[in-house]
Design a protein around this ligand. Structure first.
Ligand SMILES: *[C@@H]1O[C@H](CO)[C@@H](O)[C@H](O)[C@H]1NC(C)=O
Ligand SMILES: *[C@@H]1O[C@H](CO)[C@@H](O)[C@H](O)[C@H]1NC(C)=O
Ligand SMILES: *[C@@H]1O[C@H](CO)[C@@H](O)[C@H](O)[C@H]1NC(C)=O
Ligand SMILES: *[C@@H]1O[C@H](CO)[C@@H](O)[C@H](O)[C@H]1NC(C)=O
Ligand SMILES: *[C@@H]1O[C@H](CO)[C@@H](O)[C@H](O)[C@H]1NC(C)=O
Ligand SMILES: *[C@@H]1O[C@H](CO)[C@@H](O)[C@H](O)[C@H]1NC(C)=O
Ligand SMILES: *[C@@H]1O[C@H](CO)[C@@H](O)[C@H](O)[C@H]1NC(C)=O
Ligand SMILES: *[C@@H]1O[C@H](CO)[C@@H](O)[C@H](O)[C@H]1NC(C)=O
Ligand SMILES: *[C@@H]1O[C@H](CO)[C@@H](O)[C@H](O)[C@H]1NC(C)=O
Ligand SMILES: *[C@@H]1O[C@H](CO)[C@@H](O)[C@H](O)[C@H]1NC(C)=O
Ligand SMILES: *[C@@H]1O[C@H](CO)[C@@H](O)[C@H](O)[C@H]1NC(C)=O
Length: 597
């Protein structure tokens, strides 16, 4: 079943969303090429941050974990909060306002930085690519753009502090970078994002302001009335709505996130250890746990809808972390750190569907700068777009991450250091931060000389069959217990989505699957695996209506890692056993052929 992209999001009447059917046509475009920033003819290039870089070593400051940044407090925290708050207060027509930057991703589906819609491209979507290899590379300059505007604002605020505080605040601002939320390490909302107000030391002294990490209040009435989507009736971003009319119920968000702890940490470690070429991210990518965060962190609030999600303050914290995982992965897989083939675009605001995309294709609307490290265009010459290749190395943007060693080490030594960090952070999480006691690390155990079996269940579905029901979640059950989830955001609306769920540590009797012989594992999984699908409104869908839904048991072999700096080594052999798809357990079974992709 193939459907036209425009039918992707058939209006779903959600019982709790006050019906308000403003059509897109009735909303004027918010951001146009006639905006003030462009009238001067100087588009904003994405060059990252050039301040705070060590003059001797050339080492840029690290983006930091939001929880650590908050715990430390002081100048950098104050500046971060004040800068974000001021960006949110900028007129939404300003190209560098919080609204305009967020608006690149989805709504208002209009031009940014002078880059607009092109003939043949879909007009009911923003610039962000999802469900394709560009997902990773596009979001890198996106976060870098946000960071460059945020830090510039922080530097400006720092200059307003009284002389006694000025040097400390200027230094703190120059080395400020966008913080990240490591949901694979600690799958609960950053506590700082749950506070309604924030007290900070501003240039004029201590003051309490609405916390810019809690919510963004749209300024313009057009937005408050919406663009025709289902979040229209809300004047501001929101997460899980508490029973008492609370905007963001953190307990509910955290309950949902903790339910997914195994999926988050387990799949992150699984991707680090099993995917060793960028092209391999086609079937198993950080995009999968990323999707889960969009859906789990906010019930069905702003974060779960691609048209709106970038307005949610959690968005940049989340995407900064995705970028960090990718940067770590790239340092480990330094010889295969960018894709080499071509793909067909799913279609975005500036790119027609079906456009052939390579690593040299433009990442619209992000221009490269006339800057030495970043571009060869001469100042004043025409700007070119960033491409996946121009953003392949994070060093062009002037930041690093705590887990990344200096570039001056040999590539192999760098890779080993990052592997050691991955092993420590995500390999065996049993109890190391109190947030979870899940043991996600059978792959992580050391061993010598023995070949081990590794088990994964692969789920796949054609998104077009879920038209009108996205975002949706496909859950994998074994004996009624949830083992993993595939989260499908609202976009793209067609194409096959695949998710591999590691099942190595599923308990059977008094052991786990990894302790059983191959025949028994296959027999067990073929009999016990079931799936359940929930749509956007949380209702259960019948798998009988999803003929494309496929479930396959994959068996692999690996040699366990032998030291702290290595990963388990897979020998490339993959055995496949298609499973009859059944609705959870106990439901009527039906025979079907699983289509290989
Ligand atoms: C924002 O800018 C627009 C266009 O310059 C102007 O019409 C509008 O009044 C401004 N809004 C606010 C709240 O200042
Ligand atoms: C937040 O600050 C506002 C304005 O100062 C105040 O009215 C409100 O009570 C504060 N809310 C909380 C939860 O502290
Ligand atoms: C938040 O959610 C929790 C768990 O569902 C619930 O117990 C609590 O009452 C909610 N709080 C508010 C203020 O709605
Ligand atoms: C990486 O590539 C370089 C040059 O192409 C090659 O010499 C080296 O052996 C490769 N390293 C690995 C680990 O594949
Ligand atoms: C895309 O890749 C295919 C297969 O590798 C190749 O035949 C084709 O020439 C490529 N197309 C472009 C435009 O690069
Ligand atoms: C400069 O950019 C142009 C256009 O992208 C490209 O063709 C050329 O190879 C680049 N030159 C250098 C030295 O990178
Ligand atoms: C990334 O850039 C740094 C700094 O210019 C350089 O030392 C390093 O070799 C680059 N890494 C790769 C993989 O190209
Ligand atoms: C985004 O909103 C447009 C309406 O302007 C709608 O056609 C489209 O389906 C929405 N996309 C998603 C992913 O919900
Ligand atoms: C549980 O462990 C005991 C002792 O190791 C063993 O004899 C028994 O067969 C195991 N039971 C199952 C169901 O695996
Ligand atoms: C969406 O919100 C409604 C009302 O709060 C709730 O009943 C439903 O379960 C939620 N859906 C999901 C997927 O969380
Ligand atoms: C760790 O193990 C890997 C793979 O077995 C090996 O290449 C590497 O040299 C080892 N490192 C140390 C420090 O022993």
């Amino acid at each position: 079943m193939r459907r036209n992209a425009s039918l992707c999001m058939v209006a779903v009447a959600l019982p709790w969303a006050a019906a308000q059917s403003t059509t897109p046509a009735s909303s004027p475009p918010l951001s146009t090429s006639s905006s003030p920033a462009l009238a001067s003819g100087t588009p904003i290039p994405v060059i990252g941050v050039k301040t705070g870089i060590d003059k001797v070593t050339g080492k840029p400051p690290a983006r930091l974990n939001i929880n650590g940044l908050w715990a430390k407090g002081g100048a950098q925290w104050n500046l971060y909060i004040l800068a974000l708050s001021e960006l949110q207060a900028l007129n939404e027509t300003d190209e560098s306002s919080y609204f305009a930057i967020a608006g690149i991703h989805g709504f208002p589906h209009s031009a940014w930085n002078g880059v607009g819609h092109v003939d043949g491209a879909p007009s009911n979507t923003g610039f962000c690519p999802h469900g394709e290899l560009l997902f990773t590379t596009w979001h890198r300059p996106y976060v870098a753009l946000y960071e460059q505007i945020l830090v510039a604002r922080a530097v400006e605020i720092a200059s307003r502090y009284p002389p006694g505080m000025l040097p400390e605040y200027l230094a703190a601002a120059e080395s400020l970078r966008a913080p990240y939320w490591d949901w694979a390490m600690n799958p609960t909302l950053p506590p700082a994002a749950n506070k309604i107000n924030m007290t900070v030391w501003a240039p004029e002294g201590p003051k309490t302001i609405p916390n810019p990490l809690y919510t963004y209040v749209y300024q313009r009435p057009e937005v408050q009335q919406g663009f025709g989507g289902w979040l229209t009736s809300r004047p501001q971003t929101f997460r899980c709505l508490g029973s008492g009319g609370v905007l963001n119920n953190a307990t509910e968000s955290n309950d949902g996130l903790l339910l997914s702890a195994r999926d988050l940490t387990g799949s992150v470690y699984d991707i680090f250890t099993r995917v060793n070429t960028f092209d391999g991210m086609r079937s198993s990518s950080f995009e999968n746990p990323h999707n889960l965060i969009h859906i789990r962190s906010a019930c069905n609030g702003t974060m779960s809808d691609i048209n709106w999600s970038a307005f949610e303050p959690l968005f940049m914290l989340h995407h900064c972390n995705v970028d960090r995982l990718v940067a770590m992965w790239q340092m480990i897989n330094y010889n295969n750190s960018m894709f080499t083939g071509n793909i067909s675009s799913n279609g975005q605001f500036g790119t027609p569907k079906g456009t052939v995309i390579t690593a040299d294709s433009p990442l619209k609307p992000f221009f490269r700068g006339p800057s030495a490290t970043n571009d060869n265009t001469t100042a004043g010459g025409p700007l070119e777009f960033h491409t996946s290749n121009t953003v392949a190395n994070i060093s062009v943007f002037g930041y690093t991450y705590p887990e990344l060693p200096d570039w001056n080490l040999p590539a192999k030594a760098r890779a080993e250091q990052v592997k050691a960090k991955v092993n420590a952070l995500y390999g065996n999480k049993a109890g190391d931060d109190g947030a979870t006691t899940l043991d996600t690390g059978p792959l992580n155990r050391m061993g010598k000389g023995k070949i081990m079996n590794y088990w994964v269940v692969e789920m796949s579905v054609e998104r077009a069959e879920l038209a009108g029901l996205l975002p949706a979640t496909v859950s994998l059950f074994i004996k009624g217990e949830t083992i993993g989830r595939m989260s499908l955001l609202g976009m793209p609306c067609e194409g096959v989505e695949t998710q591999e769920v590691p099942v190595q540590d599923v308990k059977v009797g008094n052991g786990t699957l990894k302790d059983m012989d191959r025949g028994s594992v296959v027999h067990y999984l073929l009999n016990e695996v079931g799936v359940g699908v929930t749509g956007a409104d949380g209702s259960e869908l019948s798998v009988a209506n999803l003929p494309s839904l496929g479930v396959v048991v994959l068996g692999m072999e690996y040699s366990p890692r032998t030291n702290e700096t290595s990963f388990p080594l897979f020998n490339g052999k993959v055995m496949r056993w298609p499973v009859e798809v059944r609705q959870d357990l106990g439901m009527k079974r039906r025979r079907r052929t699983v289509v290989r992709m």
